[in-house]
Write a protein that binds this ligand. Sequence first.
Ligand SMILES: [Zn+2]
Length: 123
Amino acid sequence: MSAAVEFAVKHLKVDTLLVLGHAQCGGVKAALEQRPRDPSSFLDAWIGLLDPAKARIGACSDEHQPALEYESIRVTLENLATFPFVAEAVRDRGLKLGGARYGVADGGLEVLDPATGAFKAVV
Ligand SMILES: [Zn+2]
């Protein structure tokens, strides 16, 4: 994943990186499960990337799934901004970072407003 982002930013010189999360996300659901993680599992390592988002909102049960989906998008954007080639492209050529959440069941799209940090329905 990180290699694909690096290629897109450094070589394709994309204008925008869009982190597109989605409702009813199985990865987010798995992150909410209280179970030990296997240190040799790539899936568990990936799910562990959501730990900062979980901690930030105090997510611990299924009812927190939508909130964790939103917060995971915010945390992913923050993580992307720490990649040196992303920070450089933001600074030098105005690369934009955006977040959105797709409603799998209803087809709705919510876009993160960077000014308020809130998601707003656009479709
Ligand atoms: Zn998912």
